[in-house]
Design a protein around this ligand. Sequence first.
Ligand code: MRU
Ligand code: ZN
Length: 212
Amino acid sequence: MSAPLPYDPQRLAHCAGEIIVNVRELSARGWTPATSSNFSRRIDAQHAAITVSGRDKGRLTEADIMVVDLKGEPVATHHRPSAETLLHTQLYQRYPEVGCVLHTHSQTQTVASRLYAGAGHVHLEGYELLKAFTGNTTHETSLELPVLPNTQDMPTLAAQVDALLDHQPMWGYLIDGHGLYAWGRDMPEARRHLEAFEFLLGCELELRRLQR
Ligand SMILES: CSC[C@@H](O)[C@@H](O)C(=O)COP(=O)(O)O
Ligand SMILES: [Zn+2]
């Protein structure tokens, strides 16, 4: 007889279903080109469901979702988790209330990350859609979306994210020439943050083009 799983398989099936449905829609918008991007959902206090590395994110099935512990180690599987697993699990470790982390590579996110890498952040102000980050209370707020240097060294990248989180609350960041990470308490909130960042970055790029 095999050992019992250390997580609830029904909860995993629920999380995997949510990832599959939502990522299919994000992918249809062209935000996950060439197998890029990764997605996760908290299962419980010690486990998260995350996409297997290298899979076509536009065609995810349950076989493309696996379980890791919050150190990023595979649990009860021989699959290899996303190369960027640490960027997901660091958020689950740090914030018990975070339930979902979404990472995409849209053209808007990638171009914006390159344009604002020098400044180290994108300043977002004056937009109604900023209410997506304030619990819909006010648009009279501003937000700095950090832009981090890209590296394949995940502990280095995760340390930079941690250093930022020590000083400011935030719901996402860009990585230069790479893409966007966004998160939330659950899938709808993480998706709202991701979509708001995408829209606001698109507005900033368009404004820059028009003001040239
Ligand atoms: C295919 S290039 C993109 C990857 O290098 C990486 O940034 C990415 O987002 C997907 O990696 P993955 O290991 O499939 O989760
Ligand atoms: Zn990536």
